[in-house]
Design a protein around this ligand. Structure first.
Ligand code: BT5
Length: 246
């Protein structure tokens, strides 16, 4: 696990299909922990559950970091938390914005998504060989396509001025060194900063929607939702909508 920013090795690309796909392939070819893959543009950027991550060339910081942590497969949520937190801290340091963290993998400003995080692992049975934490952060992007117009925002929209992707990347790698080196501290801080907690939420799950109050994140990363009719329900996966107070 890299503990010093000097141990990061950054590979920059004008265009890739997906920085996560590239970094996972590099991991399988033996690349060392600390590889950082950055692209100006992705032609097949990945979200969760087969969804797409889109951004025009140069508008977003599209970055994946390769880690080889000593973790079990059921502990990988810690890396999503640490990566989300490190990016939130970087945005705050560079732009003066304090993004809200939304369980499990979003950075929001108000109701709009500023960044998304996708951790993908190369797992062999109980052995985690490599993990890639990929983040797409909307940096300088003022006019969104129709499908994102109501749900996305960017650093430039929020600050009203230019923002340097290179400065955000530098700040992210500095914070990532700290956060990935102490995952317990990162998880505690992620939990403390999670805007989802205490909120009325709707969770859209494969098995159907669930409504309640998000009361906590368990150590295993599940979201605990207090419902009127089923008590506390542990949610392992799903899309959370923060509901406005009635
Ligand atoms: C995520 O998925 O939020 C994880 C996104 C991770 C993207 C990074 S970019 C670098 C690295 N390489 C990759 O290939 N991926 C990672 P999810 O929670 O499933 O959200 C996906 C949804 O967010 C989409 O269905 C859209 O509704 C929305 N979306 C797509 N592009 C967006 C953008 N640029 N800004 C805000 N929302 C977006």
């Amino acid at each position: 696990m890299p503990e010093d920013p000097a141990t990061w090795t950054v590979r920059n690309f004008a265009s890739l299909d997906s920085t996560n796909r590239y970094a996972l392939a590099a991991a399988r070819d033996g690349a060392a922990a600390g590889l950082v893959v950055v692209a100006e543009e992705q032609t097949a950027g990945r979200g969760r559950l087969g969804r797409s991550w889109i951004a025009p060339p140069g508008a977003a910081l599209l970055v994946s970091v390769l880690l080889r942590p000593a973790l079990a497969p059921d502990e990988l949520h810690l890396l999503t938390a640490a990566g989300s937190l490190a990016m939130a801290e970087a945005v705050e340091a560079v732009c003066g914005l304090r993004p809200e963290l939304k369980w499990p993998n979003d950075l929001l400003v108000g109701d709009r998504k500023l960044a998304g995080v996708l951790a993908e692992a190369d797992v062999d049975g109980s052995e985690v060989r490599a993990v890639v934490v990929g983040i797409g952060l909307n940096v300088e992007w003022d006019h969104f396509p129709a499908e994102l117009a109501e749900i996305a925002t960017s650093c430039s929209v929020e600050t009203g001025g230019p923002v340097s992707r290179a400065a955000v990347l530098d700040a992210f790698l500095t914070r990532a060194s700290v956060r990935f080196a102490d995952l317990d501290a990162a998880f505690a801080e992620y939990r403390a900063r999670l805007g989802t907690l205490g909120r009325a939420v709707r969770v859209d799950r494969a098995s159907g929607p669930l409504r309640g109050i998000a009361v906590d994140v368990a150590p295993d990363g599940t979201l605990l939702v207090e419902t009127a009719d089923q008590g506390i329900v542990a949610v392992t996966a799903g899309d959370v909508v923060h509901l406005r107070p009635a």
